[in-house]
Design a protein around this ligand. Structure first.
Ligand SMILES: Nc1ncnc2c1ncn2[C@@H]1O[C@H](COP(=O)(O)OP(=O)(O)OP(=O)(O)O)[C@@H](O)[C@H]1O
Length: 701
């Protein structure tokens, strides 16, 4: 394609099937479906296809690429940048479904829509005081039903006292304040686009991870595909969002989703995997529903590749101790070929992963939690953003009521009567606060003082962060944190690290904002895009959902609390995703007292109960996978000896050199106009501690 006077060229190693997928026609009303197992290069192929499109006179802005998570979007963007450079890659429209839908809503309707976040569901449960509305999923489900029907079905079940806010009034309040749930954002966007598709100018729509499309997303894809070319990629065995309504059969049913005027739908299967060793392929195939043929690109596979290890534990304490010692052994016996970032510990449940991470941190080992949105947006620290928004604009009802809902001493009656008054008078809630409760009067008085300081320092990220944190801490943030039943079990670093990522987010916002917006406006619009780029000196922790699409040389799957492995097909698919994140060494742990007798016999051939040996031959082989120099035979032997003679083996891991000699870790964020990638460990940790440790530590511990 002509881009100024430069031409983009593509030099990649590709298989024949990948080449066919990359160069397949992009005529309007044709579709290409790429079905492939883990590591077969779906993402790799999609990126190469985008480069091919750019070379085929498709303008970058005419390519719309949608995926589910920030992490997937970041990965697609950074891989595209590697191939075509930042300037051209930035022009290709790569977004999550949610940010795309939110942008469409905000472009087509002159309202500032916002997402009902973590704080919102907590606020709602306090506001309506309905016993049937306690859990986040119940609230979200109810709101979605209500928003969809725009009618109250809950008159009978909603509270009857006149001072109570009824559910339908709550819906109206949220509607007036332009608050949407994550799935209603998608459905509202679909409704709008049904009448307005001409406002979008894409010629090609590309959707990655298509197996995870749930009904609302499928409808949006159908509308967006109405007069362009569609390419989708997916793996039915990796469909793990059935709780949102997705099914592994959605790929099969693509023809039923697409408009009738589509002239052809071509399917290309990719079967060569570039990721997993042959023993890992064989073990993971036990969990494949669709039994797709999958072969390693390396053929024949060397005979010394270790089988995955299957270990049994009675509880998670014992299990995590084993993992700690095993990682320490591998790091030392492999003579520098494996670094902490090569290890991933994956689990079914967030609590397990938090526990495991806290044990590692207690031993002084650096860790990082992977996820597709910043961790603090899914816990009590989310309230920080509401305080920030209230300081920035007290007239915004939704963040204001969210803040009021966590102030100790402000109860359901005050909150609901405020909302009802605001609805009947049409005044902003801020104008109605006087005299409601003494604590609210103090809040208003402090808010006015805080706002003076806030606008004085509007361009100073550290001050903005500090002012907001002080104010939020005084009015309920700390109590909200402490109300979490698990707060006392979390390591000291749990909230500190996340606060640090917020503070660094402000720094990034001050660099990335455009001249006509403030750093706070930028931060408010983009905080959810932040994801932490992995660093070399930290071990990775993630839920299986959060590790989707990633790969690591060594993977441990936590299992001691996973009582029944074969409860459902969905669980099998989760296990499949977990096992297939591993390139070389895989540990699948299980709960000792639960035997799935009917299935267990199948594992005998594909797993072993011994730990893999680190022979020199294997270490040299591993060095090719991790692209690090192998140790000399002498260094290797010394590592083995050091391991044998050291008593405290875990301590050995904490003191392991974090970086190979002469090599610096690559922690630079990739800066996109609509994302904030945060290398938070690099930017002034000390300054942050002095800013917040006094504040938080005093109250939390
Ligand atoms: N033709 C190729 N040549 C060399 N490496 C490749 C090729 N195709 C894919 N890879 C590598 O294989 C690995 C897996 O690729 P990719 O992430 O695109 O797979 P995927 O099918 O999207 O995986 P998953 O299903 O787990 O999301 C990556 O490290 C990628 O760089």
């Amino acid at each position: 394609m002509e881009n100024g006077d430069s031409t983009v060229s593509l030099e990649l190693k590709i298989t024949d099937d990948q080449l066919r997928s990359i160069t397949y026609s992009h005529e309007p009303l044709t579709a290409l479906k790429i079905v492939a197992g883990p590591g077969c290069g779906k993402t790799h192929t999609l990126i190469a296809r985008i480069v091919h499109l750019l070379n085929s006179e498709v303008e970058p802005s005419q390519i719309l690429v949608l995926s589910l998570t920030n992490r997937a979007v970041l990965s697609l963007r950074s891989r595209l940048i590697d191939l075509v450079g930042t300037e051209l890659a930035q022009k290709v429209n790569i977004q999550t479904f949610h940010s795309f839908a939110m942008n469409v809503l905000n472009d087509l309707i002159p309202n500032q829509y916002e997402l009902l976040g973590f704080g919102g569901t907590q606020m709602i449960s306090k506001l309506v005081n309905a016993p049937f509305l306690k859990r986040k999923d119940q609230i979200t489900k109810l709101l979605e039903q209500q928003m969809a029907n725009r009618m109250s079905m809950f008159r009978k079940t909603s509270p009857t006292s006149s001072s109570n806010l009824k559910v339908q009034q709550l819906i109206e309040f949220l509607h007036n304040t332009n608050v949407l749930t994550s799935s209603s954002i998608i459905s509202q966007c679909t409704l709008l686009l049904r009448d307005n598709t001409q406002k979008l100018n894409h010629r090609v729509l590309i959707v990655d991870e298509f197996q995870d499309m749930y009904p609302e997303l499928v409808q949006l894809v159908a509308v967006l595909a109405s007069d362009c070319h569609l390419t989708v990629a997916g793996d039915p065995d990796q469909s793990i969002y059935s709780f949102l309504g997705s099914t592994p059969y959605v790929l099969n049913g693509l023809d039923k989703i697409l408009p009738h005027n589509y002239s052809e739908i071509e399917t290309i299967n990719l079967t060569a995997t570039f990721r997993m060793s042959l023993p890992i392929i064989k073990s993971s195939q036990l969990f494949s529903m669709f039994k797709k043929p999958l072969t390693p690109v390396e053929s024949p596979a060397p005979s010394f590749l270790p089988k995955p290890t299957k270990k049994y534990f009675t509880d998670i304490v014992q299990e995590v101790d084993f993992i700690l010692e095993e990682i320490s052994r591998l790091v030392h016996q492999c003579g520098g070929v494996l670094k902490p970032s090569d290890f991933a510990i994956l689990s079914f449940k967030n609590d397990d992963i938090n526990y495991a991470q806290s044990v590692f941190e207690r031993h002084g080992i650096k860790t990082q939690k992977l996820g597709s949105s910043p961790e603090w947006t899914n816990n009590e620290l989310y309230h920080f953003i509401n305080f920030l928004r209230v300081i920035n604009d007290p007239g915004a009802d939704y963040p204001l009521i969210s803040c009021l809902s966590i102030i100790p001493g402000v109860g359901h009656v005050s909150l609901s009567s405020l909302v009802l008054k605001a609805m009947s008078s049409g005044s902003p809630i801020f104008h109605l606060l006087k005299g409601v409760r003494p604590v609210i009067d103090n809040f208003v008085e402090d808010l006015n003082t805080v706002r003076d300081r806030f606008f004085q320092y509007f361009d100073d990220p550290d001050e903005i962060f500090k002012i907001t944190l002080e104010f939020a801490s005084k009015y309920g943030l700390l109590q909200a944190i402490k109300s979490n039943p698990n707060w006392s079990q979390k390591p000291d670093s749990f909230y500190f690290k996340q606060l640090e990522s917020i503070r660094v987010g402000f720094h990034m916002a001050s660099k990335l904002r455009s001249p006509n917006e403030t750093l706070v406006q930028y931060f408010i619009a983009h905080f959810a895009d932040e994801i932490v780029k992995p660093t070399e000196d930290a071990i990775n922790f993630s839920t299986i959902h959060g590790a989707k699409g990633l790969e690591f040389p060594v993977v441990f799957v936590l299992g001691a609390t996973q009582v029944s492995t074969f409860r459902s097909e969905e669980t099998k698919r989760l296990i499949y995703v977990a096992l297939t994140r591993a390139k070389q060494l895989l540990y699948w742990n299980k709960y000792l007292y639960h035997e799935d007798a009917s299935e267990e016999y199948k594992f005998q051939n594909e797993f072993t109960d011994s730990i893999p040996s680190c022979s020199y031959e294997y270490v040299k082989y591993l060095s090719k996978i991790t692209r690090r120099s192998p140790p000399s035979l002498n260094d290797y032997q010394q590592g083995i000896m050091a391991w044998k003679t050291t008593k405290n083996k875990t301590q050995l891991l904490a003191t392991a050199p974090s970086k190979p000699k002469g090599q610096t870790s690559e922690t630079h964020p990739i800066l996109y106009p609509n994302s904030v990638a945060l290398p938070f460990m690099k930017l002034g940790t000390r300054c942050y501690h002095s800013a917040v440790s006094g504040l938080l530590r005093r109250v939390i511990k």
